[in-house]
Design a protein around this ligand. Structure first.
Ligand code: PMP
Length: 302
């Protein structure tokens, strides 16, 4: 992405170029450092700007999206900067900070359904059909995959030391956009790159057909997302991590490494270590720390 001149910059130009570093020998991309606190800042900006370019979104329009939190927060930030109205449709039971963050960005928040995002999705789709409204539909959108293939993936490749090519990548499945898009990108460089995903053990929807309550907010929203239904063949292996393991690892990342992140980041690291145990020959495993921990303070740290 080419940065605009300083006088024309907004916070949206601070999205991306997050640090890549090694934790316990695994490459981790600090996506929680994006404005609005998550990896989702990228698709929010990308999808909105694509919709503007295609004439689907015009000044004064309303953006409506179903989200368990991070995409809602990120779209609310983008809408604030660009002057759109924003309505986030959220399932009940998400951490209170998530609602507060969207509201702080001037968005309206509507709660529909319980814990999983299904009912909220139906509501957002229905509202999005009204004239002057646009629903990005992150779980379905090819723009989500495209962003990860053309922006996040190449950014990681550029940041790795010269001569290092990832031989495995692991991501959680919320929409599946990250792991599918980044997986496609890495495979263009090395067709043998292993692409793996992590699900909560209590709700391993793709691995074992189960939908259950779990603590790993942001992944396993209660259904197989359209993106995964279309592109799931990109993923070679699935790992199931228990909520408690993910939370314990989240705590360790903060207390031992100074990384204040959410439970999904813990799940990513636990699963990446398992991947390494199963495939010791794979030396350059890449994974993501997806959201920041401040929004989990009341749940886990107070
Ligand atoms: N972790 C967290 C905390 C998230 O919010 C998300 C996105 N919902 C993911 C992981 C998974 O990302 P994706 O939607 O690209 O599968």
């Amino acid at each position: 992405m080419v940065a605009p001149p300083a006088a024309a910059r907004t916070v949206l130009d601070a999205i991306g170029e997050t640090p890549l570093l090694q934790i316990d020998g695994i490459w981790v991309k600090l996506e929680y450092l994006n404005p609005s606190g998550s990896i989702k800042a990228r698709i929010a900006k990308y999808m909105v700007e694509r919709a503007e370019a295609e004439g689907l979104l015009r000044p004064g329009d309303t953006i409506v999206e179903a989200s368990s939190g991070n995409t809602g927060n990120a779209l609310s930030m983008v809408a604030a900067v660009k002057g759109y109205r924003m309505l986030v449709v959220m399932p009940d039971g998400m951490s209170p900070e998530r609602t507060a963050i969207s509201r702080a960005f001037g968005a309206e928040v509507m709660t529909v359904g319980d814990f999983h995002v299904n009912d909220a999705l139906a509501k957002a789709r229905e509202l999005g059909e009204q004239p002057g409204w646009w629903a990005p539909q992150q779980f379905e959108s090819e723009w989500n995959v495209e962003e990860n293939r053309t922006w996040l993936g190449p950014e990681v490749l550029r940041q790795l030391p010269d001569g290092i090519v990832p031989d495995a990548v692991l991501g959680g499945i919320g929409t599946g956009g990250t792991i599918v898009g980044v997986g496609q990108c890495f495979r263009e460089l090395d067709p043998d790159c292993l692409v793996a995903a992590v699900e909560p053990d209590e709700s391993c929807t793709i691995l074992c057909g189960e939908i259950g309550r779990h603590l790993i907010e942001g992944i396993s929203d209660g259904f197989v997302p359209g993106i995964f239904a279309r592109h799931g063949h990109v993923v070679d292996e699935l790992y199931a991590v228990e909520s408690d393991e993910a939370v314990a690892e989240m705590r360790r990342l903060a207390s031992e490494h100074g990384l204040l992140v959410g439970p999904s980041s813990g799940a990513h690291l636990v699963a990446a270590r398992r991947l390494r145990e199963r495939h010791p020959e794979r030396r350059n495993i890449v994974t993501f720390l997806c959201d920041e921990g401040e929004k989990y303070l009341t749940d886990y740290f107070l």
